[in-house]
Design a protein around this ligand. Sequence first.
Ligand code: CP
Length: 369
Amino acid sequence: MVAQAAQPSSTFSGLRPLRVSHDMVGVANLIAQAFDEDMDGSGRAAVDPTRAGPLNPESSKEPMSSPRHIIESQQFDREFMATLFERASQLAEIGRTNDLTGYTLASLFYEPSTRTRFSFEAAMHRLGGNVITTENAREFSSFAKGESLEDTIRILSGYVDLIVMRHYEIGSAKRAAAVALVPILNAGDGAGQHPTQALLDMFTLQQKFARLDGLKVAMVGDLLYGRTVRSLAYLLSKYKDVQLTFVAPRVCQMHEDIKAYLDRNGAPWRDEDDLNAVLPRVDCVYMTRIQKERFLDRREYEQANNMYRLTPENVALMQRDAIVMHPLPRVNEIDPAVDADPRAAYFEQARNGLWVRMAVIQYVLNVWG
Ligand code: CP
């Protein structure tokens, strides 16, 4: 079984949980405040839990001195991603292993999920491990009786070898990691980050273009509350000559913390209003859903919803070898008629989550088959 740390990492100690007071300020300000609190001011991750060097099969037998958490995209570098994607490709070829016989994953989800929870659980089964789960932790864990996140994580740390957690609060994964004795995998922390989604997005881009440098990517839709685009922007900025275009309704534009990070890393970006003008110029259009559940003002949601849609007519404006991605679920931002277009890559993207998450689980458990 995996070696476990005697003490939680102290590098998380400066983090403050988001205090939500919806009646005092608008939700966008709350989100902005949380983003700002979540950074250490440098644009780097406030924690750096996986900087244990690139994935290296040679080091797979080394005992782990502290859990390898997956908290936010800033913690990954190109070398890590190259090795992870090679491993994910191998896993896609072999389909399953028995590397993790006797290991147990807990999936702890305080928000709904189809892809992330099922693909993590399927990944663990395909690696030969076991899964215990609560898919609605707000109702079916002792959260409902008032138990703190920290106490829940302390308890689960004694039962399992890794914890995949989705929570509604920005910064919750860091709070969990501060007390966990086993790896925490952030499966989405409110409007904060979704780092394993970003890894599978990058893997999909690499599969489609055989490169990650020089890509032109348009991110479209809810860029304020969408955690996937935030995590993906961090990763794309690590590659040469990547250009990002943000197409979002006024009420859900990409937050300044990401734009400042891109500036510091020399990754050009711009805001655009006209989706049809952007479509012919990019390699990838990354669509996102307007996240109705995160809006407090119904009028703002209605203003944003339906503003940007892909249909067969405007997909025809894209280059022939460009692709359409979406983290899913979609609501109405991609017409189902687009699914038959060879540029539609979103179902393949979701499938890639299985291989990438198998590789991620192997990495955090320091087990290479
Ligand atoms: N992409 C994604 O996170 O989907 P789910 O919400 O279904 O997990």
